[in-house]
Design a protein around this ligand. Structure first.
Ligand SMILES: Nc1nc2c(ncn2[C@@H]2O[C@H](COP(=O)(O)OP(=O)(O)OP(=O)(O)O)[C@@H](O)[C@H]2O)c(=O)[nH]1
Ligand SMILES: [Mg+2]
Length: 351
């Protein structure tokens, strides 16, 4: 059985969502060449208006296989002009990655987006992008983010350096340090001695926040027992799914820094499509028959292709030829931007 994870990339205008999306598609081998926004050859932003303005003007969907899972990523526009487009798509995902810039003034503009995510109980994580261009110390950036998030932030990574000195990150679960390489996996390195105190403080805060929602972990901390890493991963997953915490990651999407660790975290810790369907009350457990529950998130219109609807299947199976509300389904596709791959059916969880 296929396991689905549907993830929206959201955040302020120009924070790097399309660049991150492009990197995710490249890393998961859905594309063989990484596109760039400035060169106008990304999978996202294929619409003429988006290319002309070098900004996203509508949602782009791409489905990829990775880590034994089927991911659908939605690259959402950040400009307030297209806010409704983004909000419409958000109701169909299992989690959102809030992509933001390390600039306190711009971080404050996240408040309305966090409010929408909170109101609809959409589990979300934060990816602080453009760490090569931070305008404040990391601690100050986090303090600003905490002001705008109603859910507690839980740092998953700690940066090694910043701006010109950015070298890599420390994974706070494993306490392993890594050195970034452009468009290649990061290498393990010894934990820099100069960062040991900050790392300890950040890890203690991470553990204490996770323990606020897990009594077992709290007991371990009180008894000075080192919790197993698997327990921490399990806590991140359970507490994210329950929309209790906001895990924080960082990187430089343009160089591919931090994109693999983010993806691996989505494999380990992002909510299951089935869990979100249950949370939304879309699963009818009364009988063995599972009637179809599907939701249209967006319609695309093109001169050649006609109307194409972006649909989240919450329950049951959508099959080609089905008649829904007097409209016959004429073709089901898995999307990679404008590329389409035909499917016979779309089962629960697929977007
Ligand atoms: N310095 C730096 N620039 C970046 C990084 N990531 C993206 N950019 C640049 O930031 C600009 C905006 O990137 P996009 O990926 O189009 O941003 P977006 O969030 O998709 O923008 P909208 O969809 O219009 O909201 C482009 O010029 C990118 O090349 C990064 O990590 N560091
Ligand atoms: Mg974009």
């Amino acid at each position: 059985m296929t396991i689905f994870r549907n993830i929206a990339l959201v955040g302020p205008y120009s924070s790097g969502k399309t660049t991150l999306f492009e990197n995710l598609l490249y890393i998961t081998k859905a594309t063989t060449r990484k596109g760039s926004v400035s060169e106008g050859n990304t999978v996202g932003d294929a619409a003429g208006e988006a290319r002309d303005r070098q900004m996203s003007t509508e949602v782009t969907a791409a489905s990829v296989n990775h880590g034994g899972l089927s991911f659908t990523f939605l690259d959402c526009p950040g400009s307030v002009e297209f806010l409704q487009e983004t909000l419409n798509a958000l109701v169909g995902v299992d989690a959102a990655v809030v992509v933001c810039e390390p600039d306190p003034a711009r971080l404050l503009t996240l408040a309305p987006l966090f409010q929408s995510l909170d109101a609809w109980q959409i589990p979300h994580l934060v990816f602080i992008n453009k760490m090569d261009r931070a305008t404040a110390a990391f601690g100050d950036l986090l303090a600003t983010l905490k002001q705008v998030s109603s859910r507690p932030l839980v740092l998953h990574q700690y940066p090694i350096g910043q701006n010109e000195t950015l070298q890599g990150f420390i994974d706070l679960v494993s306490e392993a340090a890594f050195h970034y390489h452009p468009d290649a996996p990061a290498d393990p390195i010894p934990l820099p001695p100069a960062l040991q105190a900050q790392e300890k403080a950040a890890r203690t805060e991470m553990l204490e926040t996770l323990a606020d929602f897990d009594d077992h972990l709290l007991e371990e901390l009180l008894e000075d027992i080192e919790p197993p890493q698997a327990e921490l991963v399990q806590d991140f997953k359970a507490e994210l799914e329950a929309d209790l915490i906001v895990p924080v990651f960082l990187g430089v999407a343009e160089a591919g820094f931090g994109v693999r660790p983010l993806l691996e975290a989505l494999v380990r810790e992002a909510p299951e499509a089935s869990a979100m369907a249950t949370l939304r009350g879309c699963i009818d457990q009364s009988g063995s028959e599972q009637p179809l529950v599907a939701q249209v998130l967006k319609n695309y219109f093109s001169a050649q292709g006609g109307k194409l609807s972006l649909v989240r299947v919450w329950q049951g199976i959508l099959t080609d030829g089905m008649v829904l509300n007097q409209v016959r389904v004429g073709g089901i596709y898995r999307l990679l931007g404008q590329q389409q791959q035909s499917l016979r059916q779309a089962e629960a969880g697929r977007l």
